[in-house]
Design a protein around this ligand. Structure first.
Ligand code: AVJ
Length: 326
């Protein structure tokens, strides 16, 4: 085996992705109000479309979070007192570099980084890129599902577990509670949790961020149908769906849906389903919850965390917050 400069461990069965896709599609498309989980957006094309979204003028979260990190990464690393950074859902690990620069300066040869993601491709390309920039950093990749494998986190040194990009917004409130509880359970007294969370703001800003003028988010949403067509041999007619993004003020989340523009019947042989949609019927494909500081504090406190820091941008559009065990 040629040396890659990082360690790689796989904690998911080879058929994990196929099995969970099938279970999700059966559950979601037989429900009275149809839905699909957003994690299936991210095939190769979907991941590229998401990278394109992060560069859209309307999509402020990525650049706003990056600006907070640029300004405060050192303070955050110092407040956390960490020598190990563990990133949940690391994806391209692009913004992570701002934290790694600060961590490397602080912890020198003691510094380590562990990327955790379900995608081997994402883990390998991110880690290979980091090896070149951070020769002294110990780098590890762990293929695991952070929604129910948080007990796998290695217990070495003072750890900072980072969950960036407002990915937490994709959970519904019950999933969020469970995620935060299980994360808290796995933290020792010297560990910390860094959370990137998008904040409530005017729908005039929020809605265009999920329904951009160039139609990139629409393509990202519709790509989910291609994923089902390819992986489950389904025959959804993409052209007969339209992208919908709406702000739900009572839940304070953005919902993305795919709306059928005609009555239709689609076959999904991979799960043995025939799916009927009426004209105008929607499939919910994502919720993207937005937060307020008091609400976040309540949820994190209920899960057993105490606040250790709060950073935001000038417009208070996005937050990074640091939490330790209460
Ligand atoms: C990566 C889940 C944070 O909810 O803003 C972007 C995904 N969906 N545009 C988000 C997304 C539509 C994104 N997250």
């Amino acid at each position: 085996m040629p040396s890659t400069g990082y360690t790689y461990a796989d904690h998911l069965p080879a058929d994990f992705s196929d099995r969970s896709l099938r279970a999700d599609v059966i559950a979601g498309l037989t429900a009275p109000r149809k839905w699909l989980p957003p994690k299936w957006f991210y095939d190769k094309i979907g991941s590229e479309l998401f990278e394109d979204i992060t560069r859209l003028p309307e999509y402020y979260p990525t650049r706003t979070e990056r600006s907070i990190l640029t300004e405060h990464a050192r303070e955050i690393i110092t407040a956390a007192g960490a020598n190990t950074l563990i990133e949940l859902g690391s994806g391209s690990s692009e913004k992570t570099r701002l934290l790694l620069d600060a961590l490397s300066d602080r912890a020198h040869d003691e510094a380590s980084y562990l990327a955790l993601d379900v995608s081997e491709d994402a883990l390998r390309s991110a880690c290979a890129g980091l090896v070149a920039t951070y020769p002294r950093l110990r780098i590890g990749a762990l293929r695991a599902d952070f929604t129910h494998q948080l007990d796998l986190l290695p217990s070495c040194g003072a750890r900072l577990v980072a969950f960036l990009g407002s990915t937490i917004g994709n959970f519904d409130p019950a999933e969020r509670t469970e995620f935060l509880r299980s994360l808290r359970d796995g933290l020792g007294p010297g560990d910390c949790f860094l959370l990137g969370a998008d904040l409530v703001k005017s729908p005039d800003v929020l809605v265009p961020a999920y329904d951009d003028a160039a139609g990139v988010t629409a393509a990202f949403n519709l790509n989910l149908l291609d994923v089902l067509n390819q992986r489950l041999d389904a025959d959804f007619d993409r052209a007969a769906f339209e992208h919908v993004a709406l702000w739900e003020p009572e839940n304070e989340w953005i919902e993305m849906r795919l709306r059928a523009t005609r009555d239709m019947v689609a076959e999904v042989p991979g799960v043995g389903l025939t799916v009927h949609l009426d004209r105008g019927e929607t499939i919910r494909t994502e919720i993207s919850a937005k937060f307020r500081r008091p609400g976040l504090t309540d949820e994190l406190t209920a899960a057993g965390f105490a606040e250790r820091g709060w950073w935001t941008d000038e417009q208070e559009w996005f937050s990074l917050s640091l939490w330790g065990p209460a």
